[in-house]
Design a protein around this ligand. Sequence first.
Ligand code: BES
Ligand code: ZN
Length: 460
Amino acid sequence: MSVATSLDAVLSRVDESLPEALERLMALLRIPSISTDPAFKADCARAADWLVADLQSLGFEASARPTPGHPMVVAQGGEGGPHLLFYGHYDVQPVDPLSLWDRDPFDPELQDTPKGRVIRARGASDDKGQLMTFLEALRAWKSVHGRLPCRLTIFLEGEEESGSPSLIPFLEANTEELKADIALICDTGLFQDTAPAIVTMLRGLLGEEMTIRAANKDLHSGMYGGAAQNPIRVLSRILANMHDATGRITIPQFYDGVSELPDAIRAQWQALAFDHATFLGDVGLSVPAGEQDRTPLEMIWSRPTAEINGIWGGYTGDGFKTVLPAEAHAKVSFRLVGQQDPDAIRVQFRKWVEAQLPADCTIEWKGHGNSPAGVMEIDNPAFEAARAALGEEWGRAAAYVGCGGSIPIAGYFKTYLGMDAMLLGFGRDDDQIHSPNEKYDLECFHKGIRSWARLLAKLA
Ligand code: BES
Ligand code: ZN
């Protein structure tokens, strides 16, 4: 078979076998692999085992490797051509608030919506549907050619959504087995829903949890109010001080390591003609809320943030209670860019908060994950191959874009394994990842599989 006819055969196989591919994805989506909640530990192991079996059915030598957290799935298969590593994550975010879901998040369903058919379930887009696009492309390839396209390592993590705590030790302990010519990561999205995109910059993340305590017990707010310190008041005042009136973050040395966008990238982004009015309008907003001297695209792709993700304390139940609480809590996270150092920012942030604590208040800290920002090098020829493959499938040129989210491993491939990584994916902005009613468009799943088949044909 010529290269072109053999690709056509694989693409036709993808089209014909879409119903079975969807069944396999649905089976994976039924497993509630929420990595951050210990109650779902066994389910995470079950998802890993499901993937091991799926990979074995493709001819891979596959196993679930234990870690102090959730297992890593590693599989080796195929031979010849470039050695490709594929990365995805099988863990998902918690589902709460469950009351905002239209159905059980782990009872996936194909639904018709005004914008097309969607697969509705937690993890449909992030990242089970996405990782299955690659495995299904391999399945179609194998069924046409009787073998895998080239030498492949598949590496699927179960802790991405909880900051990847076991990842660095695992990479260090398995360097030889994991090192390949390039890593392919499928955990990002399209640009503005229709244009294929390759992510070249993504932000890092640092998480902090704090508890401020004052009196040694909850108090009556009439009996003590006025005289007694209120930790919620203290907490909210400090958190409100994180930004000045122009949206700039006030923590000392926070901007160390943040540089201006190189002109070449600024020009590329300008050419994308990002429609920020629609981007915000789709979620009921109209005014960009970040640093006022920045464009919205810079705000989400190349500037750091400080966000309050959760804040609680006192009485929040039905009705009313005149309590003066003894404690106040918050979870805060920072998105990081450039050379910002997560450890240094943790130290600076804690020092800055503690300097503002009034008399009688104490603070307790709990650190959450931290990963630096990632910048991908695009001189590996696989990037041009991917742009061509994506352009052919989607009928539009692939764009080099930034990503406001974080995927800790993206930078680690270079740091720990010395290999380039290429991030591409098929999610859409309205997939509601991390939110109720997550979905993945059937079109994205289908064309995602076809995109990988086209790329494999170019690389293999
Ligand atoms: N797939 C996302 C990253 C992403 C977000 C890509 C938005 C494209 C658009 C990833 O799984 C994720 O959500 N990562 C977490 C990382 C964290 C919990 C360490 C994130 O960015 O919040
Ligand atoms: Zn993800």
